[in-house]
Unconditional design. Structure first.
Length: 68
């Protein structure tokens, strides 16, 4: 089952500059898809109200968030 995700491009000031809505079968697939946007800068990946990861432009591995 496909789920709704958004990839937000984050500006230097921490404000979202743009967003791309897309569907993916899993968080891992969503991160793979969102990785393409890191050529423009830092990207936050969200699934509804759940922050999945922050992808850095130079980073090849996403920083996964854990619940505490």
């Amino acid at each position: 089952m496909m789920q709704q995700y958004r990839a937000y491009l984050v500006g230097d000031n921490g404000v979202f500059r743009s967003a791309e809505a897309f569907e993916a079968a899993s968080d891992a697939n969503a991160l793979t898809f969102a990785q393409q946007f890191t050529r423009h800068g830092k990207v936050e990946v969200w699934q509804l109200g759940r922050k999945i990861a922050v992808l850095e432009p130079e980073s090849s591995a996403p920083e996964f968030l854990t619940r505490q």
